[in-house]
Design a protein around this ligand. Structure first.
Ligand SMILES: [Zn+2]
Length: 277
């Protein structure tokens, strides 16, 4: 789970047409208890496109590709009803979710209800609205062995953080993260000496003249490994990149930003486009 900045993309035009949205809100408000919002608005292709730019076609909670197990779902973080119709069309309330998380999120333990048993809040972290002054990554971490989600010390007693951890530790998700971790370790072991990557990461700014204690062949292998790590495991658009970044930090003392800098440099010297620059 990673922090997402919605301000990077404009509000989809279909959601910023005030007259049309006001009309849709009123239709939903007066639709009665069994009414539903107009999904041709909140699931419009322009909404899906904008969501794909911030979530990279991944689930907003578990970071699995939303193409797994069926079509992606446009999900409302805060529940909507004819009593709260605005939420159905609020850009800040829309996310892409996998079907698994969309179903898990509906469980009672992740919802707050009023005395009439109406859902009034979602008791999970919202990637685009973490508590003020914090990132999602400063609240949810991962261990390096079992790829199990954990809550950082500062939030150890926080119900919403602990609920999010529980959802992320669904056995299927843990299994997927462990498979990714195994593949990442294989990539590092097969490609080069981890010590060489660490040496290159320590250089700032990257400058070939500083490479006194590493051969050119070893340097190229280390740069190529950094590029592959970013490309297949660490960049924003790949599944479970947050837990993989945690793995390279804890097991190999490597930071994604340093590896990215090496990968960009490798792409430049090889004359190939870099998709994560
Ligand atoms: Zn999910």
């Amino acid at each position: 789970m990673r922090t997402v900045n919605r301000s990077l993309v404009p509000v989809p035009a279909v959601l910023s047409d005030t007259n049309a949205i006001n009309e849709a809100v009123e239709v939903y408000r007066s639709s009665g208890s069994k009414g539903k919002p107009n999904n041709s608005i909140y699931s419009h292709e322009t909404v899906l496109h904008s969501l794909s730019l911030i979530y990279y076609n991944k689930c907003f909670l578990c970071e699995s590709l939303t193409s797994r197990g069926g079509d992606q779902v446009v999900e409302h973080f805060l529940p909507h009803s004819p009593a709260t119709p605005e939420r159905a069309y609020d850009w800040n309330n829309l996310n892409t979710a996998c079907r698994r998380c969309n179903d898990l999120k509906r469980k009672n333990e992740f919802k707050e209800t009023d005395p009439d048993n109406k859902i009034i809040a979602t008791l999970l972290l919202d990637p685009s609205r973490p508590p003020q002054g914090f990132s999602i990554e400063s609240i949810i971490s991962f261990d390096s062995d079992g790829m199990e989600a954990a809550v950082t010390d500062q939030f150890s007693l926080n119900l919403i953080a602990n609920n999010t951890k529980k959802l992320l530790n669904d056995p299927t998700l843990r299994h997927r993260r462990r498979d990714r971790a195994d593949a990442l370790r294989d990539t590092i072991i097969q490609r080069c000496s981890i010590r060489d990557i660490q040496k290159l990461c320590a250089l700032d700014p990257l400058n070939l003249d500083q490479f006194h204690n590493i051969t050119k062949d070893a340097m190229l292998l280390a740069l190529e490994a950094a590029d592959r790590l970013c490309l297949f495991f660490l960049r924003d658009s790949v599944e479970h990149c947050t837990s993989m970044r945690r793995l390279v930090e804890t097991c190999y003392s490597l930071c994604y930003n340093d590896l990215k800098r090496l990968g960009v440099y490798y792409s430049q010297i090889k004359g190939k486009p870099c998709v994560y620059a």
